[in-house]
Design a protein around this ligand. Sequence first.
Ligand SMILES: O=P(O)(O)OC[C@H]1O[C@](O)(CO)[C@@H](O)[C@@H]1O
Length: 576
Amino acid sequence: MQDAHSHSAISQSPVWQALQEQAAQLKRRRLADLFAGDPQRASDFSLELPQFLLDFSKNHIDRSVFVNLLRLAEEAGLDQWRADLFAGEPINVTEGRPVLHPALRGGLAEDLEIGGVSVTGGVEAELQRLKELVVLLHNGALTGCSGKRITDVVNLGVGGSHLGPQTAIEALRAYRKGDVAVHFVSNVDGAQLTDVLVGLDAESTLFIVSSKTFTTSETMTNARSALKWLQRAAPDEAVEVLLQRHFVGVTASPEKAQQFGILPERTYRFWDWVGGRYSLWSVIGLPIAIACGFENFRALLDGAADMDHHFREAPFAQNAPVIMALLSVWYCTFMGYPAHAVLPYDQALHMLPAYLQQADMESNGKSTNRAGVEVDYATGPLIWGQTGINGQHAFYQYLHQSPEVVPADFIGSVTAGHDLEGHHEILLANMFAQSQALMNGVDAESVGRELAAKGLSQEEIKRLTPFKVHRGGKPSNTILLKELDPRSLGGLIALYEHKIFVQGVILQIYSFDQWGVELGKGLASKLEPKLAAADLADEDDSTAQLIEYYRRNKCGAVTPTELPEVEVAESAGEQA
Ligand SMILES: O=P(O)(O)OC[C@H]1O[C@](O)(CO)[C@@H](O)[C@@H]1O
């Protein structure tokens, strides 16, 4: 498979050089002028898919740049990489695995076999098991040790084993089903677990230990503390029984879940060919199915499969993930804008920026190309953002008047997710206004006219004008969904997933490993025992000083628990 891909440095290609020159020219062109000189621009630089309109006309490109960006995708061998992704080739080369999250949602053109087993068959079988669990929970048939019905489920997981499910549940707040409450604990900071447990009854609480590797220290620590909490509530109950009745495991390492004490029939599996940050479509999505019902979870998968189909089939020039990826490469790599804002004008999407931070930055925050050589260009951008209206009253000042340019994605829905009158029009008007203001800005002449109309003196106008000028020229995409429902949410998330993949292909980096998170993990487990005692001579002066300060100032010792530790085999350094 590798031979099918060229390792020649893309940054040496003529189209790369051409784009570099164009970037310098385009920086001097006003976005408003690009519209003025091209009456078809808005419609030609837009794409209407069944679930949404993508308007990418407010970007700092002209037709010739767009053509060159499409050439760059060809030059990068995107066609072949895309085919290899869907064919299950081991494109996660550094981990020697295929990348098959589309298979989890019916997104492959044809079924595949891995180790002689049908991928689609395995996925469907696991989904059916998940559905049965959801039905049991919704029917009140799942009970804890004391026979009480399970009413609360706590997902213990971090990163991809947390962000996808919670983002989707928040987004689908209008699609809740059943009366089982779902809670999330991702942080090893015990404050989070404590806060969640405070309101819960141990007899009716079920924990989902959600971890691809089942070795992530934060998640396993939370799982052990959850077990101790159950033990405190039912001191006469055997630990094994508590584990069997109050724990579910969701993992690509089922044997580790069972070592922990979770029943095989309560262990739901996925596979190492699903990256942690791409796993919400797998049994990792169990909390979504519990909170919103299995049918809505299925609709989410269907929406993602629609996007897989679009990405697989559409020519690059009409391919939403390809276009968004090319624009991102254009800004980050050619224009030199290192950040990208995600701005949902939909409260339900409030977690989307955090979700995309992991999806994008853990995938493309790399500086070694596929040939193992350090790149000489910027790779993926810093992704940040929050709901647009809250952002407007916080950091939009920076977007409008800082010398930096931060390209942005505005995301909203035509249909409101509530029935309060008058709110949605204000929300959408703000979204449209912000992208317009960022694009056009306001020049000194217009500011002067506005101030004169308010009756200010010439002297005051002269003094105030420089502060009120907005340079404009700040680019954005707008994704306008018809409605935020399970299907369109699936499509939206898959759109970004494929965008991230395309960016990696073009920039010649491997998007599906995450070696960069390992170093810190290893050091944390080495330093943890040193917080209590031990010689700090091996540590750098700053770290030693911090630990010494901690030792001197910590109030009392950590309360030792009288409850027995549950033996859990942890193996470090596994990749999720
Ligand atoms: O699901 P696991 O194995 O607990 O891993 C959790 C997260 O940790 C990471 O490996 C690194 O932070 C992510 O890629 C992953 O989503």
